[in-house]
Design a protein. Structure first.
Length: 270
């Protein structure tokens, strides 16, 4: 008989997993997402709080780096099965920014795209190369016959409506024409931007910096994205941003961002 089930995918730039661990654990207990991508662990592999994550009911994979970067994938009541660590295409790139695994019937790529500032300069050039590598790898995933998601902090402001004051950010790497063009080329492969698909023309932010009470005043940016391949996008049900996490004391400057999806129907043999 036909069977269908739904689950919640989420991404959260924790901005230091050990310093923000109480916030992360509180959110996991409240929201109970099924799959979570974390970014900016800012911790070497040995410093990842695996025991605390496991006690919260999540299996984990992580790709750490001391003081900088770092990504992880969590799965509720399961252990993700790793398929890739790092993007192909630049063997000398040792920055911990990409981790891919299977969990709960999905293939999920967790990513932390380079910021690229200051621009122009080497960091911006690295950002554009990284986006080109991501696009090449994403092309091998988008048309797979099973559900695939690319989720994380993309460090891309796709449109002017995704930033509270476009003029104030016009020189920033996140908003440059080359970055936006690379984003559009990625989407053109067939990926669905889950938040924009559901919110349509509404303003929605996922990041608020620490200046001038921007979080309290809702002066933010949309940097955290969930891209779904066509198989998964067909089951998109609901999306949201848990801004209450950002409003806690000493919180990350990002908020958890999530999508509820119905998985493709499978059939069980009699």
């Amino acid at each position: 008989m036909a069977r269908a089930r739904s689950l919640t995918l989420a991404t959260f730039n924790v901005n230091g997993i050990n310093s923000r661990l109480p916030h992360l654990l509180d959110w996991l207990a409240e929201a109970q997402p099924d799959i979570v991508a974390l970014q900016e662990l800012k911790a070497a592999d040995a410093a990842f709080p695996a025991a605390a994550i496991e006690a919260a009911g999540y299996g984990a994979l992580w790709h750490g780096q001391a003081s900088w970067n770092g990504v992880a994938l969590l799965a509720r009541d399961a252990v993700p099965v790793e398929s890739r660590r790092g993007l192909p295409g630049e063997p000398k790139d040792t920055q911990a920014r990409y981790l891919e695994a299977a969990a709960h019937g999905l293939v999920v790529g967790a990513l932390y795209l380079p910021n690229g500032n200051p621009q122009p300069g080497p960091k911006f050039d690295y950002k554009l190369r990284w986006m080109a590598r991501l696009a090449r790898h994403a092309r091998s995933l988008v048309d797979l016959p099973h559900p695939v998601a690319l989720i994380g902090d993309f460090n891309v402001i796709p449109e002017d409506r995704d930033v509270y004051d476009p003029k104030a950010w016009k020189r920033d790497a996140l908003i440059q024409p080359e970055v936006r063009a690379a984003w559009e080329e990625l989407l053109a492969q067939g990926w669905t931007d889950a938040l924009r698909e559901v919110f349509e023309d509404e303003v929605v932010y996922t990041f608020w910096d620490y200046f001038r009470r921007h979080a309290e005043r809702d002066r933010g940016l949309r940097l955290d994205h969930l891209l779904l391949n066509p198989v998964l996008a067909e089951g998109l049900q609901e999306v949201g941003v848990d801004r209450w996490v950002r409003l806690q004391d000493k919180a990350s400057d990002h908020a958890p961002t999530w999508a509820r999806v119905r998985l493709p129907t499978t059939r069980r043999r009699a």
